[in-house]
Design a protein around this ligand. Structure first.
Ligand code: SAM
Length: 287
């Protein structure tokens, strides 16, 4: 089987199997070798690595992963792609194709069974309609992960990377930055895919922290505060939190906590750093 990362070979495979793209699965296949090489080198895959690929499509990136990694598990939801993958990956003995929905599979169990619970690397050209649940699911369920290197919508990559004071800053930025150090490694134009997505894309690498960058007593509460303050972005932090049903503190307690942090009572959530949200959560825990 020829290398797939170019338009001719990709179209040949699609025609051979009379494959119809399914929009609902976010299918945009990569057809640019330079982009594929960039992803593999950014992910820093070595022959010791166990790699989880989410959404292998027709196996374009999977071929590269198989060449570089010790073992690859590729989870694909679309049944129609399985016979194609069995063909395009037939020469590789270090790959397992799993026909499943990535949001339903027990990834911790997979890592336990296939990699003795040791940290894995995740590499993917993600289906954009479920980027956030996939990434947050991996972090929140504490899957042992060294790094996640993924193609995502450009705007989402920006949101993951920015700090306070920008319009893209929000709950996703803080959640990602609590678990990992983000770095955008490439911007990718639409003509590198077939069919072309309507949005720009970017490759982002998330390096999982071994220890969280901030100390927080109640992780769940901190994330509830973050979500509530960005749900009501135009309100002051105190009013936003006061309207949130899952935040049990009164206005006076919040104002007192903000005062102790040297922040004014009318501060907005979007100007707080991760460290400040952690401190606020810790101060409120006393009440
Ligand atoms: N990796 C291929 C490439 O780069 O050419 C395909 C990437 S395409 C953007 C996303 C892939 O994810 C598709 O193959 C799609 O069928 C698959 N997919 C979509 N939703 C999924 C889910 N919930 N679980 C697993 N795979 C999914």
């Amino acid at each position: 089987m020829a290398t797939l990362g170019n338009p001719q070979n990709t179209i040949a495979v699609l025609q051979k199997y009379k494959f119809n793209f399914q929009k609902k699965y976010g299918q945009n296949f990569l057809i640019d070798i330079r982009v594929l090489e960039k992803i593999i080198s950014a992910a820093d895959i070595t022959e010791d690595d166990f790699v989880l690929e989410i959404g292998p499509g027709i196996g374009t990136m999977t071929q590269y992963l198989c060449e570089h990694a010790r073992a690859v598990a590729a989870v694909e939801i679309d049944k129609n792609l399985i016979p194609i993958l069995e063909d395009t990956l037939s020469v590789y003995e270090n790959v397992e194709i799993i026909q499943q929905d990535i949001l339903k599979i027990d990834i911790n169990r997979l890592v336990q069974e296939k990699n003795e619970g040791n940290p894995i690397k995740v590499v993917a050209n993600l289906p954009y309609y479920i980027t956030t649940p996939i990434i947050m699911g991996l972090f929140e369920s504490h899957v042992p992960i060294e790094s996640i290197t993924v193609m995502v919508q450009k705007e989402v990559a920006d949101r993951m990377q920015v700090g306070p004071g920008t319009k893209d800053y929000g709950a996703l930025s803080l959640a990602v930055q609590y678990y990992a150090k983000p770095e955008i490694v490439a911007n990718v134009p639409s003509n590198c895919f077939i069919p072309r997505p309507k949005v720009g894309s970017a490759v982002i690498r998330l390096d999982r922290y071994k220890e969280a960058p901030v100390q927080v007593k109640e992780e769940k509460q901190m994330f509830a505060l973050i979500r509530a303050s960005f749900n009501q972005r135009r309100k002051t932090l105190v009013n936003g939190l006061n309207n949130a049903p899952d935040i049990p503190y009164g206005k006076e307690q919040m104002i007192q906590a903000l005062e102790e942090m040297g922040l004014p009572a009318n501060v907005r959530g979007e100007s707080l750093t991760l460290a400040q949200f952690a401190r606020l959560s810790n101060l409120l825990s006393r009440f």
